[in-house]
Each structure stands twice: as structure tokens, then as C-alpha cells.
Design a protein around this ligand. Structure first.
Ligand SMILES: CC(C)(COP(=O)(O)OP(=O)(O)OC[C@H]1O[C@@H](n2cnc3c(N)ncnc32)[C@H](O)[C@@H]1OP(=O)(O)O)[C@@H](O)C(=O)NCCC(=O)NCCS
Length: 173
């Protein structure tokens, strides 16, 4: 599989992946995020877009995986895992200290996917990521974690190694 940036009008090619992966409010939010998020990475097999990751730099040192989605016909073959590895490599290269992801608590494939790459659920009242825990103090509102979802976190680079990040690009039409 080839993974590359999905930019501008090409992002519309990811809509079928999102429609195949989400229903209701999540589908609406995923499509909206696809058009607004800073980074979209696409997994291509024989020229077909089979999976996407929607990524954001929430704050200096903090990364967020909004969505990972794979066409049903291509699941359980490592596509999402490869996209998540690619996302984490990108965050590492940007000296990101901590990466968060939200998952519906009963979405086993999603929770297992993140756990397979070392993410763990953040416990109640956990110390902030700046204090050595994974707590997302002051950041949850930016992530729009809703009822029924859990927040997972993964520490990447050691504290104090973050660098100034390039500001997110303007919202695309
Ligand atoms: C979650 C999703 C992205 C996984 O995609 P995928 O390409 O099938 O996942 P992979 O084959 O790369 O699996 C990676 C790991 O995820 C876990 N996993 C994936 N599907 C799973 C399932 N149905 N049951 C249990 N674990 C699963 C496993 O740990 C797996 O590792 P393994 O193959 O070594 O067991 C896919 O099911 C999907 O698009 N679902 C709908 C959208 C969604 O819920 N996205 C996640 C939240 S944003």
C-alpha cells in the first residue's frame, strides 16, 4: 500500500470511505472534519483510496487522530494499522510529545486498533501530560469527546522536546 497526503479537491475521494465507515452524526462530523482538518493521509492500493487518517496538531507538542477509516472490503488486512503507524511517525518527526484519539467505548475494532499501537485509556483524574500522565487537561473541548466515547493517549517523544509547530492551514472550502 502507498500512503500519501490527500490535499485540496482530492479529499472528496475520501468521502466514500467515510460513508462506508460511519453513520449518523459521526458520518456528518467525519465528512466535515475531512474538509477542515490540517492533515489527511490516504492509503492507496492499485490507485484506489482504501483508507484514510485525519490528523491535527491540537497544540504545540500535542497530536490528535480524529479518524481512521478503511473501506469494509479492505478491513482486517493491516490497512488501519499501517495508516496509524504512518501517523505516529509523522507526529514523532514533528517532535510531538503526546497523541490522543477518541473511540466509542463499544467500538472494539477501533479501541483494539489504538491499543495495538500502545495507546491506553486515560483514567479519571489522571495527571496532565505535562506532569507525566496522559491527562488532557484543557484540551478535551478541542477534541469534542462526547458521551459514550473514551479518550486514549500515547506518549511519544520525552517531555520538553517539542518544537514550535507550523500553524494549521486555512480551512478549505
Ligand atoms: C477500526 C478500523 C479502522 C480498523 O481497520 P482495519 O484496516 O480493519 O484494521 P487493521 O487490519 O489494520 O487492524 C489493526 C489492529 O486493529 C485491531 N482490530 C481491527 N479490526 C478489529 C476487529 N474487527 N476486532 C478486533 N480487533 C480489531 C487489531 O488489534 C488489529 O491488529 P491485528 O490484525 O494484529 O489483530 C475499521 O474497522 C473501520 O474503518 N471501522 C469504521 C470506522 C471506525 O470506527 N474508525 C475508528 C475510529 S475513528
Amino acid at each position: 500500500m502507498e500512503i500519501r497526503d490527500v490535499e485540496g479537491p482530492a479529499r472528496e475521494e475520501a468521502v466514500p470511505v467515510l460513508i462506508d465507515s460511519f453513520v449518523g452524526i459521526y458520518r456528518w462530523h467525519a465528512k466535515r472534519t475531512l474538509r477542515r482538518v490540517s492533515h489527511v493521509r490516504g492509503g492507496y492500493e492499485n490507485g484506489e483510496l482504501v483508507g484514510v487518517s485525519l490528523l491535527e496538531d491540537l497544540a504545540p507538542g500535542v497530536g490528535y487522530v480524529y479518524y481512521v477509516a478503511v473501506l469494509r472490503a479492505h478491513r482486517r488486512r493491516g490497512v488501519a494499522g499501517t495508516l496509524l503507524d504512518d501517523a505516529l511517525a509523522r507526529f514523532r518527526a514533528r517532535r510531538t510529545e503526546i497523541v490522543y484519539a477518541a473511540a466509542e467505548e463499544d467500538n472494539l475494532p477501533s479501541v483494539r486498533l489504538f491499543e495495538s499501537r500502545g495507546f491506553r485509556e486515560i483514567v479519571r483524574d489522571e495527571p496532565s501530560w505535562k506532569e507525566g500522565g496522559l491527562g488532557a487537561w484543557g484540551l478535551r473541548s478541542k477534541m469534542m469527546v462526547v458521551s459514550g466515547e473514551i479518550l486514549l493517549g500515547l506518549r511519544l517523544n520525552p517531555p520538553g522536546t517539542s518544537v514550535e509547530l507550523v500553524p494549521a492551514r486555512a480551512v478549505r472550502p
